[in-house]
Write a protein that binds this ligand. Structure first.
Ligand code: SAM
Length: 272
């Protein structure tokens, strides 16, 4: 299928596609079959923009401003929450995502707030083919990176991020606390990221190679995402091996935390 045909097909798909045994769907490309238009339309109910803005406060803005970063590439823009927020705060943002439906939704959400977002569809594994110039900072948020199921894809995506950054660029990448999920079972205070009322986000299945999350909505609909449950220290090592000189990891936006407590880890990786 040509790129344009594939994009159009993605924009009109309404049912998520899994094989007969969904627990066997562990490929990096699978995200394209998960973010179907009906799920994309529901995403903002799931994340609740106002609640999310309150939860994370000025965290990302402060980190970027403290280091004088202005030109930001949001490589997993989704429906545009961070792209819109950072644009409103005066950053020069490009919103990118591998899903055509997500990019279209981000643009629409920007327009609804009086913004014309710069958008592009780009898969991380071929990022530099589809973007122009170098960036001060890249953000990859909302547990997005854990859509990569194979180590070679994780290394490749990080190499692309590294190459798209200026010599002193910064990468901010977050992930669920899978260590706690694998070692102790799942629990969440439901406070960060997925804040929508009456919506549940919980794992259907967790093993060392798969975390299948289920999102259930008040209208009875439910959608799933098959993610790869990468551990915190493994992710830190990958960042270092990709060439980032300093990697600082926060737990739920705090510098100090007990390992099991946070729902999310946020890695801030500096090139120099
Ligand atoms: N950052 C947004 C948020 O926090 O609301 C979206 C998070 S959503 C869990 C993950 C996003 O990553 C989706 O929009 C998906 O299309 C994108 N994604 C997953 N794998 C990708 C890849 N290989 N290249 C580019 N985008 C990808």
């Amino acid at each position: 299928m040509s790129d344009t045909l594939a994009e159009n097909a993605e924009l009109t798909m309404t049912d998520q596609v899994y094989s007969d045994d969904p627990l066997s769907d562990r490929e990096t490309d699978h995200y394209r079959k998960e973010y179907v238009s009906t799920f994309v339309d529901k995403w903002d109910e799931l994340i609740d923009w106002r609640g999310r803005a309150e939860s994370e406060g000025q965290f990302f803005i402060d980190i970027l401003r403290a280091r004088g970063k202005e030109r930001v590439l949001d490589v997993a823009c989704g429906t545009g929450f961070h792209s819109v927020r950072l644009t409103e705060e005066g950053f020069d943002v490009t919103a990118a995502d591998g899903s055509a439906a997500m990019v279209a939704k981000a643009f629409e959400n920007g327009q609804a707030r009086g913004l014309i977002l710069k958008t592009t569809q780009a898969d991380w594994r071929w990022l530099n083919r589809d973007i122009a110039g170098k960036y001060d900072a890249i953000i990859c948020l909302g547990n997005s990176f854990t859509h990569l199921h194979e180590e070679k894809d994780r290394r490749r995506a990080l190499a692309e991020f590294y190459a798209a950054l200026k010599h002193d660029g910064l990468l901010i990448l977050d992930q669920r606390n899978y260590d706690a999920m694998i070692d102790n079972g799942y629990s969440t205070k439901h406070k960060f990221y997925y804040c929508g009322d009456n919506i549940t986000a919980e794992p259907d299945h967790v093993d060392e190679g798969l975390c299948r999350m289920r999102y259930s909505f008040p209208d009875g609909s439910s959608y799933t995402l098959n993610m790869c449950p990468i551990r915190k220290n493994y992710m830190r090592r990958l960042l270092q091996e990709a060439g980032f000189e300093r990697v600082r990891t926060y737990g739920d936006f705090q510098e100090t935390y007990a390992e099991d407590d946070p729902d999310f880890f946020i890695h801030v990786a500096e090139k120099s």
